[in-house]
Design a protein around this ligand. Structure first.
Ligand SMILES: NC(=O)C1=CN([C@@H]2O[C@H](COP(=O)(O)OP(=O)(O)OC[C@H]3O[C@@H](n4cnc5c(N)ncnc54)[C@H](OP(=O)(O)O)[C@@H]3O)[C@@H](O)[C@H]2O)C=CC1
Ligand SMILES: O=C(CO)COP(=O)(O)O
Length: 301
């Protein structure tokens, strides 16, 4: 919606009925109240995107690998908008793109931004990460709009891991608030969670300044403090012992398990992440999880 202010955009979706509805009504079922500009062409025919210079891949992380394997994309630049670690392979979106679409430059668009805010034209700032600096600069220019401000980076690993791991900590923050443990406990979990994000990212070659930027700290703050976040709301329901619609995309649930497995393989301590993975898998309850975190040996900060 925001990019369509600057020129024609093709929006592909797999659901033909949803495409027909969007064409007819110019409304987006997932973004109530937002009208599709006339410059957005909606299609259920994926081949219509084949000649685009840039494609934004906006589907859930756990669906990306199979989607690309089934539909390798011919476009020169593929920008992943998903946040997470693939549970099956332990890889991020750019590695899945590189594997399935070897002729494409993989890039990542990530940072604190709710789709509804961007579509309403509210100001947002994101990180555009691409290992190839020239492609990254071109994408930054092409995808920035008057209300969407992109900062560029060549640290794809850092940008991906910041966006993936903050969702896990957001679940923990939601659990804390849902269980009535208070704002102080949430701030502690956010801070210690951020330390874990940095630990894993550094071990995987990311730059600390990327984690301290929009794609890491920026998105951590947003997602841990806003009830607009699905990861936060899911955690809140867990903490409060309430049900949660299982059809909702909650990226941190799978990513908690993937990150905990990587940390274990590398001998890294990630107690908050491990606890979220255990909570999601129902191996532990909220009270026991909190007690276990508080009972850890005292240490230097
Ligand atoms: N929503 C937001 O505010 C933000 C989301 N993100 C990230 O974007 C990614 C997608 O999230 P979001 O759009 O909110 O998720 P939703 O669940 O709202 O939408 C997912 C979309 O992907 C489609 N989809 C799912 N599986 C497949 C598949 N196998 N093949 C083709 N299409 C598929 C769905 O189609 P169908 O309707 O047919 O199921 C739907 O259109 C996530 O990684 C999320 O973290 C990042 C920043 C902000
Ligand atoms: O990543 C997001 C905001 O930057 C969206 O968060 P949720 O997936 O938790 O809704």
């Amino acid at each position: 919606v925001t990019l369509a202010q600057q020129g024609p955009v093709t929006l592909w979706a797999r659901d033909g009925a949803a495409v027909e509805t969007m064409r007819a009504t110019r409304q987006i079922p997932r973004l109530p109240g937002v009208t599709l500009p006339e410059t957005v062409r909606v299609t259920a025919d994926l081949a219509e995107t084949d000649t685009a210079g840039v494609v934004l891949l906006a589907l859930p992380m756990q669906a990306l690998g199979a989607f690309l394997a089934d539909h390798p994309r011919p476009n020169p630049a593929l920008v992943a908008c998903c946040k997470g670690i693939d549970l099956a392979t332990g890889r991020g979106p750019s590695a899945l793109i590189a594997e399935t679409c070897p002729n494409a430059q993989p890039a990542v668009l990530t940072g604190p931004s709710f789709a509804a805010d961007i579509a309403r034209g509210l100001p947002t700032a994101l990180t555009l990460a691409c290992a190839d600096a020239g492609t990254g600069a071109a994408l930054q220019l092409a995808l920035s709009t008057p209300t969407l401000r992109l900062y560029r980076s060549t640290d794809v690993t850092g940008a991906e891991l910041g966006g993936a791991l903050k969702n896990v900590i957001a679940i923990a923050a939601g659990v804390t608030m849902g269980a009535g443990l208070g704002d102080s406990a949430r701030a502690a979990l956010m801070t210690r969670g951020f330390a874990e994000m940095n630990r894993l990212a550094a071990a995987m070659g990311a730059r600390p300044e990327t984690l301290a930027g929009l794609s890491g700290l920026g998105d951590l703050v947003l997602t841990c403090t806003s009830a607009q976040s699905r990861n936060y709301r899911y955690g809140h329901a867990l903490g409060a012992g309430e049900t949660f619609d299982p059809r909702t995309t909650v990226e941190g649930a799978a990513t908690a398990g993937a990150a905990a497995a990587i940390a274990a393989a590398r001998g890294l301590e990630m107690p908050v992440t491990e606890m979220v993975a255990a909570l999601v898998a129902r191996r532990i309850g909220v009270e026991d999880a909190m007690a276990a975190l508080l009972a850890r040996p005292l240490k230097e900060e």
